[in-house]
Design a protein around this ligand. Structure first.
Ligand code: ZN
Length: 309
């Protein structure tokens, strides 16, 4: 298998998501290529192959959810808390900007009997998937579902059905070889209100065509694949949005995180007189605060507390 791909000229997709309507809006499709984004995730976290596959699938799913956001201020956070050795996995989508981490991205597991990476074993087959849509202005919408298999695509599909009553076909894939992400991408298909049964049947019939999405991406551009898979269903590309790995952490955000520790913890950091160094989970950027700066924060935390009373 690997041999074939190495001999073939690799198609270089830009990282983007296509929003596609079928049959005049009876169903919608999101088609995503995310190879460079997942490669950047590997670079930042030094992720093993199985962690790359898990993080890449999670980020690609989250990216497609991010595209569905309406408001500028909105973001979506998808967390998988399974009982596998990767620990908690989290991906955040700010429209086209994605960031992610896993508790232990260095986990290695033997391949499954069919030769594939054991993503389900690494994530764990018991646990919860949580989706938080931050609507801005302090408003959040939280949905949860059980992890079904830890293979992630099926967990997204189950989440949409259980938590949002929105049946969905989802495929997510990452093809990785020797730490190099060859192809990564995903597809999400949702029938919209009034979608006739025949169209749903058609989409289910065709689903094996894009089930192995990272393999399919080696055969054509997103536009070509759209034409091939949805021939006869009037596919219409409405929009294309670039996506990338981009962390939005800043000194100000880190400061807020420190202030949110509360007076007692801030005071004990000040008493230790070593300053405080915070490292971002998503990009490993470090931010250092001196004891004097911590004192100023304590003063802020104090005045904030009084203002709220
Ligand atoms: Zn960061």
């Amino acid at each position: 298998m690997e041999q074939n791909y190495q001999n073939q000229e690799m198609i270089q997709h830009p990282d983007e998501i296509l929003q596609i309507d079928l049959c005049g809006g009876q169903a919608r499709v999101l088609l995503c290529s995310s190879t460079a984004m997942v490669q950047e995730c590997v670079r930042i976290h030094g992720a093993s192959s199985v962690a790359t596959a898990a993080l890449g699938r999670l980020m690609t799913g989250a990216a497609m959810m991010g595209i569905m956001l309406k408001g500028e201020e909105e973001s979506v956070t998808v967390t998988l808390k399974g009982d596998g050795p990767l620990g908690t996995l989290m991906a955040v989508a700010d429209h086209g900007d994605l960031r992610a981490y896993a508790d232990d991205p260095t986990v290695e597991l033997p391949l499954r009997a069919d030769g594939k990476l054991d993503v389900g074993g690494a994530v764990g087959r018991n646990g919860r998937m949580t989706v938080v849509r931050d609507l801005g202005y302090g408003k959040q919408y939280i949905g949860q579902s059980e992890i079904v298999s830890g293979e992630i695509a099926i967990d997204f599909a189950n989440y949409f059905t259980v938590s949002e009553q929105q049946p969905s076909l989802v495929a997510l894939g990452v093809r990785v070889h020797d730490g190099l992400v060859l192809q990564a991408g995903g597809i999400l298909i949702q029938p919209l209100p009034g979608c006739p049964e025949e169209l749903i049947d058609q989409l289910e019939l065709r689903s094996p065509m894009f089930a192995d999405i990272s393999r399919e991406l080696t055969f054509g551009t997103l536009d070509q694949l759209t034409e091939d898979w949805f021939r006869g269903l009037e596919p219409k590309i409405l929009e294309r949005t670039p996506i990338r790995y981009q962390c939005s952490c800043s000194r100000e955000r880190m400061e807020k995180a420190l202030i949110s520790l509360g007076r007692k913890d801030l005071q004990s950091l000040i008493d230790e007189n070593q300053g405080a160094e915070l490292s971002c989970h998503f990009c490993h950027r470090k931010h250092f605060f001196t004891t004097e700066q911590l004192r100023e924060m304590l003063a802020k935390a104090g005045s904030k507390g009084e203002a709220e009373q």
